[in-house]
Ligand binder design. Sequence first.
Ligand code: HEC
Length: 155
Amino acid sequence: MKKMLTKPVMAILIGSALLGGMASAHSESTGNAEADFRIAEMKKLGMNMGAIAKVAKGEMSYSDSLNDNAAQIAEIAANMPKLYPEGSGVEASRAKPEIWTQPDEFQKDIEDFQAAATQLVAAVKTGDQAMIGAALKETGGTCGACHKQFRKPKQ
Ligand code: HEC
């Protein structure tokens, strides 16, 4: 099971899900409170995924607080449909207009993410490093899938 934790795998995971946004995190407001809130929630996702990734990579040892990280991801996943009110795709936001013009496809990406987040919660509960790594990779894949389709490149 060590395979789950090889560098290329983690690099893909981190590259697609985390660094893509965190390296250039917004520091200023988009001018739209709903977009700002969405971005703040996304940053929380990034931080919680990062905490779990440290354990999956063996850089940190497992502790119970990892369950809080997983729970927060699942909570944001559950709330995700509410993060995209009509009109919040403002200029400074990286939310693509397709979020609102292709709602069915967007909804599917949300559901994939929610399903993966539920499994991540269960995997973290086991405390098993390999299982956590596998579930993290799965979840990171759903972050990346949505970003690829529905997030504008960095401005
Ligand atoms: C259903 C679609 C979707 C899913 C799932 C999703 N995101 Fe996002 N994410 C977006 C969109 C859209 C933006 C751009 C938001 C904006 O700028 O208004 C974004 C932005 C971000 C940002 C950049 C925030 C900033 O500083 O500008 C980060 C970091 C991020 N997401 C992390 C994650 C992580 C980690 C996951 C999975 C655990 C995830 N996202 C899941 C759609 C999604």
